[in-house]
Design a protein around this ligand. Structure first.
Ligand code: FES
Length: 522
């Protein structure tokens, strides 16, 4: 079952921007056209800096455009963990910085008249059992110590029974692509130059700043902001980050859900929000997260999510489904600031499930650092904490196991002849292990399965039709082009006697019709 495009792409045509064709000299080069990069470009341009933004594909083509658009300033790890990790003083500052990022979004929408269905709504962190409510009471008292306004409620405004929840006021919902469209408009009006279809192939630092190279031109910049989720290329923080995949269903409902954000206390949690700006009431239900590349049957995740929805919203009809990737940091805190071992390179990553607000906060922090206003914070990239150590080691071991274990393991057990159109598999061809993909016209594409970042072996994601790397989350198109970093170059093509025109197998792509909930069983 092939994934759909995120619902945000329906009916939204972002203006195409040019590719970088000529070399250029600027103060700040921002890489990445999601919420972090566009906000950083806008703020740096507002300071009077000469700014260029390079986007590999199109604005919003990454995680910002595939989010469920929960605009939540609530830390993904919860208030207790923030208190434990940072202490009351730095923890309060962190919570306040997240809140001020949300307020910046609010003020931009209002002052610049960004038409993006922006609505300030309450958030409900809820539980369906008494044990979860006890945990939420602990969260409420930690939130109180951190200065976060919230209250425990018995009634959560959902149409199914709950045991209670923690209500947090003044969060938001919006249309993320329309918001990005607004950011790009303002940034360009303030002098920022934005280029699409301009993937960065490499960058180097010297005593004058950085040189960033694309296929056609170079950018010479005093400072580089890598707003690419995980930093492009090899970076120390990648040892402390886990790439995580999350799944989202669009549901058509007979009656609208209340205008609010909801997520539960399950691990991983489920999240629910309404979409209220069309004639048909819709809701997004997400969750079923797992580490990227570690699920051989993504359909089972959609099946679990559809079962969750069917039990709670039995009248709903599934009309769409897609997945997105984000990064979870080892100690739960993001990495925002100067990249380790560099002078002019800044990174912003590890936002977990709350990247819209944390990406905005990262942009604010990084541009403040460019002004020389930076301070030592618990979210600086160069930190090493004892709390993070066990997970750092565990992530490192997991990567090593993938690197070694995948090389020792067998192929996917499919022959090239049996590979259906629209699918990929790890095959053995001409005595070599290969990543084989048969396109809809029957042609077999043969690639090296070695990720070009650090050499782990990629795996086929049959739902998204991508090659995913389990080590640091690089993702590649079926024919090998980089879709998401940290990899900078495509999977190598391999010659094979079997890479030839082919016909006869049916396409695995179903018609994207609306389906009843109980048909999404994989
Ligand atoms: Fe690091 Fe693939 S993303 S080895």
């Amino acid at each position: 079952m092939m994934e759909h495009n995120p619902i945000w792409r329906e009916g939204v045509r972002l203006a195409k921007l040019p590719r970088l064709e000529d070399s250029i000299d600027v103060d700040v080069c921002v890489v990445g056209g999601g919420i972090t990069g566009l906000t950083a470009a806008l703020l740096a341009a507002s300071d009077g800096r000469r700014v260029v933004l390079l986007e590999a594909d199109g604005l919003g083509s990454g995680t910002t455009g595939a989010t469920s658009a929960h605009v939540s300033a609530v830390p993904d790890i919860g208030y207790r963990a923030v208190l434990r990790q940072c202490g009351p003083e730095a923890g309060s500052e962190y919570v306040a910085r997240c809140a001020s990022a949300l307020e910046l979004m609010d003020s931009l929408v209002r002052a610049e008249r960004i038409s993006c269905s922006w609505d300030r709504v309450a958030a409900y962190w809820y539980s369906e059992d008494a044990h979860g409510v006890g945990r939420l009471k602990d969260e409420a008292s930690a939130a109180d110590r951190l200065g976060q306004e919230c209250r425990m409620v018995r009634e959560v405004p959902l149409p199914w029974p709950t045991a209670g929840g923690l209500a947090i006021p003044r969060q938001a919902i919006f249309h993320p692509l329309r918001y990005l469209q607004g950011l790009a408009r303002i940034a360009r009006a303030r002098g920022a130059q934005i280029f699409e279809a301009s993937p960065v192939l490499s960058w180097d630092e010297d005593d004058r700043g950085v040189v960033v190279r694309t296929a056609c031109a170079e950018v010479r910049a005093a400072e580089l902001i890598l707003a690419t989720h995980t930093p492009l290329g090899v970076n120390l923080v990648q040892a402390e980050l886990a790439a995580v995949h999350s799944y989202i269903l669009t549901l058509a409902l007979p009656k609208p859900l209340p205008a609010a954000l909801f997520w539960d206390t399950d691990e991983p949690y489920h999240y629910v929000r309404p979409l209220l700006d069309g004639a048909q009431p819709l809701a997004l239900v997400g969750g079923a997260d797992h580490k990227t590349g570690c699920e051989t049957d993504p359909q089972s995740r959609y099946a679990a999510l559809s079962e969750f929805a069917r039990r709670r919203l039995p009248e709903a009809t599934i009309t769409g489904w897609w997945s997105a990737q984000f990064y979870e940091p080892a100690d739960g805190m993001p990495y925002i600031g100067r990249s380790p071992l560099t002078e002019h390179v800044y990174i912003a990553t590890g936002f977990a499930g709350v990247g819209l607000v944390q990406g905005t906060m990262a942009a604010m922090d990084l541009v403040a650092q460019l002004r020389g206003e930076g301070r030592d914070t618990p979210w600086r990239p160069s930190r090493v904490t004892l709390a993070a150590a066990p997970r750092v080691i565990s992530e490192g071991v997991a990567v090593a196991m993938h690197w070694l274990g995948d090389r020792l393991s067998a192929t996917d057990g499919t022959s090239a002849e049996a590979l259906p159109a629209g699918q990929g598999r790890i095959l053995r061809l001409d005595g070599q292990r290969c990543a084989g993909y048969r396109d809809d016209d029957g042609r077999l594409h043969v690639l090296s399965p070695a990720c070009t970042h650090l050499g782990c072996l990629v795996r086929w994601n049959g739902s998204a039709r991508t090659w995913d790397c389990p080590c640091h989350g690089s993702r590649y198109a079926p024919t090998g082009e980089v879709l998401e970093g940290p990899a900078l170059s495509a999977l190598a093509r391999r010659e094979s006697s079997q890479a030839e025109p082919y016909s006869g197998m049916p396409s695995a792509t179903p018609a994207p019709d609306a389906q009843r909930l109980d048909t999404v069983k994989g």
